[in-house]
Design a protein around this ligand. Structure first.
Ligand code: ADP
Ligand code: ADP
Length: 231
């Protein structure tokens, strides 16, 4: 039931002495939220970018559903993996609807299907479609923009979501609300999620399992929040 499997994955950036990620092995089970928590610079973002092939590993293998990711065609990979980062970078000259439609458009969906999907996704992330679909990113608050980022990542109903401090730049009260809403949505979506944070409280709240990472993404502990707290 492993959806994602990392086998002794290594990433050395060009011109650096020590690897950002050294021999990382782990499994993400279908439908779970696995949280990677650890200090800044320990290789969390690198690990996510390796999984969706924004960057290539210098060693080891990454397997999705028993298939080496290098064998999956890039379009399929973009459909299957949603990616949310802290600075979501909505396209400023596109409306919210156009932003959310990025991947479906790329996949050649027809207009009607895209329109329906955009409205559906706005509702999923708690934004009224009528009110928001034709607005521009600069008209949104930070929390609203982050909701749109999540909607855009869910665009073509990916099996996997990679979330890199998705609520990191948001005030604590809004963050708490977004976390709760996201957990509620996840109860029905059942995506396989790798969620990166450096905030231990967020890790405990969001994770079905938590991997506590040290330097070079060395796994110090990986377990359920309950068992980590009991330790
Ligand atoms: P984290 O997400 O845990 O903060 P990162 O994966 O961003 O860690 O970074 C891990 C290490 O790799 C850090 O030392 C960082 O400086 C380095 N690093 C990240 N991206 C690059 C890059 N594009 N080129 C060179 N070094 C990088
Ligand atoms: P965070 O700490 O929030 O994970 P990072 O500082 O790791 O963010 O990454 C921000 C951006 O800077 C990324 O696109 C990453 O690839 C790049 N980056 C990080 N460290 C380095 C580095 N040492 N050299 C070059 N680019 C880097």
């Amino acid at each position: 039931d492993a959806k994602i499997r990392l086998e002794e994955v290594e990433k050395r950036y060009l011109g650096t002495k020590t690897p950002a990620v050294a021999s990382l092995s782990l499994e993400v089970k279908e439908g779970e939220i696995l949280v990677l928590v650890g200090p800044s610079g320990c290789g969390k973002s690198t690990t996510l970018r390796l999984i969706n092939r924004m960057i290539e590993p210098t060693g080891g293998r990454i397997i999705l559903d028993d298939e080496d990711v290098t064998k999956v065609n890039p379009d399929a990979l973009r459909r299957r993996i949603g990616y949310v980062i802290q600075q979501i970078g909505l396209f400023p000259h596109q409306t919210i609807a156009q932003n959310i439609a990025t991947v479906p458009k790329m996949l050649g969906w027809d207009k009607a299907r895209i329109g329906e999907r955009v409205d559906e996704l706005l509702s999923v992330v708690g934004l009224d479609p009528e009110t928001y679909r034709d607005r521009y990113p600069k008209e949104l608050s930070g929390g609203q923009a982050q909701r749109v980022g999540v909607a855009r990542a869910l665009g073509a109903d990916p099996e996997i979501m990679l979330m890199d401090e998705p609520f990191g730049a948001i005030d604590p009260i809004t963050r708490d609300r977004l976390q709760n809403e996201f957990l509620r949505v996840q109860e029905t979506l059942r995506k396989t999620i790798v969620f990166v944070t450096h905030d231990v409280d967020e890790a405990i709240k969001m994770g079905d399992r938590i991997a506590i990472l040290g330097d070079q993404s060395h796994i110090r502990q990986i377990d359920t929040p309950e068992r980590i707290l009991a330790f």
